[in-house]
Design a protein around this ligand. Structure first.
Ligand SMILES: [Cu+2]
Length: 68
């Protein structure tokens, strides 16, 4: 299992957190998504066929890009 913790500056409220958790969870291979409103920190755990490039691309697509 791979995981990554990153900041998503566009998180402003609980709806953002729910949107990110829902959308990223739908990617095949993603095991867990935890997003926190106050810190804007997101942690994703995944196995193949998911990969970081795919997760990052989805986050950009839904307008919550990960901070580099
Ligand atoms: Cu929001």
């Amino acid at each position: 299992m791979e995981s990554k913790t990153f900041k998503v500056p566009n998180i402003t409220c609980g709806h953002c957190v729910m949107t990110i958790q829902r959308e990223v969870s739908e990617l095949e291979g993603v095991k867990s998504v935890k997003a926190e409103e106050a810190s804007k920190i997101v942690t994703v755990e995944w196995d193949a066929p998911a990969n970081w490039d795919g997760i990052a691309a989805l986050l950009e697509e839904i307008d919550y890009p990960a901070e580099a």
